[in-house]
Design a protein around this ligand. Structure first.
Ligand code: NAD
Length: 246
């Protein structure tokens, strides 16, 4: 069954995976509320979404800010009618040795991935439950399972996303709302450009498929999880990772 006519909100959609998922949803006939903390990026993605013949609304908000997310959800609901699909994608990661990791850096990392997912999901869940249909897809990471060094804050936050996904999935399943996570391996996006070449080379060497993942590798998983055909798939973590599991 087609997703045409549905409405999605994608966070951190001004770049990388979020941008790619927004464009793919647009290709399925889904209107998109395109969020990013950087308005210009959101506007650029929204413009591309609109060329696919669906409505697009660029929305600047910091997903860690309750007031900003509340205002964004209100604007998206007014502008696009409702929100059927939420992709909690906004995120970042920076390699840092644990002894040098300040409490502030730790807290900010948890806030971005966990508070962000909570605040956005909390804002849209009642609408989905009332409509008896909804899809939430959260971006975790392979790092939640492999526990790389110098990424204690990131691995912890992404492991938290898994617990959040499973617990929320159980609670809203009776109402036709599914909640799943994608745990990508190493994907070529602007985020990866913040890592050193040595770090990236090591990751590729540890990836049996022998290459970095592309945003397309993630998008197909996302579209499947959002599809009508995945209505029996909930509380799951799918990891497109090229076999990387070290
Ligand atoms: N690229 C990878 O290898 C990889 C692997 C596993 C998981 N992920 C996860 O996938 C998601 C997307 O990553 P990406 O590689 O596309 O990154 P990216 O840096 O290309 O894009 C992230 C976007 O999020 C936005 N953003 C950051 N903080 C925000 C905030 N507080 N509120 C709203 N928007 C905010 C940024 O402005 C940016 O446009 C992240 O959650 C990331 O942790 C990425």
């Amino acid at each position: 069954m087609s997703l045409s006519g549905k409405v999605a909100m994608v966070t951190g959609a001004g770049s990388g995976i979020g941008r790619a998922i927004s464009l793919a949803l647009a290709g399925q006939g889904v209107a998109v509320a395109v969020n990013d903390i950087d308005l210009e990026r959101a506007q650029a993605t929204a413009k591309e979404v609109a060329t696919r013949g669906v409505r697009a609304l660029p929305l600047r908000a910091d997903v860690t800010r309750l007031d900003e997310v509340d205002a964004m959800i209100q604007e998206a609901s007014q502008g696009l009618g409702r929100i059927d699909i939420l992709v909690n994608n906004a995120g970042t990661g920076k390699v840092m040795p644990f002894p040098r990791m300040s409490y502030e850096v730790w807290k900010n990392m948890l806030a971005l991935h966990l508070d962000g997912a909570f605040i956005c999901a909390r804002g849209v869940i009642e609408g989905m439950v009332s409509a008896r249909w909804g899809r939430i897809v959260n971006l975790s990471s392979i790092m939640a399972f492999t526990g790389p060094d110098r990424l204690v804050h990131y691995a912890t936050a992404k492991a938290g996303v898994v617990g959040f996904t499973k617990s929320l999935a159980r609670e809203v399943a009776p109402f036709g709302v599914t909640v799943n996570a994608i745990a990508p391996g190493v994907i070529e996006t602007p985020l990866l450009r913040t890592a050193t070449d040595r770090f990236v080379d090591k990751m590729v060497a540890q990836t049996p498929v022998g290459r970095l993942g592309t945003t397309d590798d993630i998008v197909h998983t996302g579209i499947f999880l959002i599809s009508e055909e995945a209505s029996f798939v909930t509380g799951q973590v799918i990891s497109p990772n090229g076999g990387y599991w070290v």
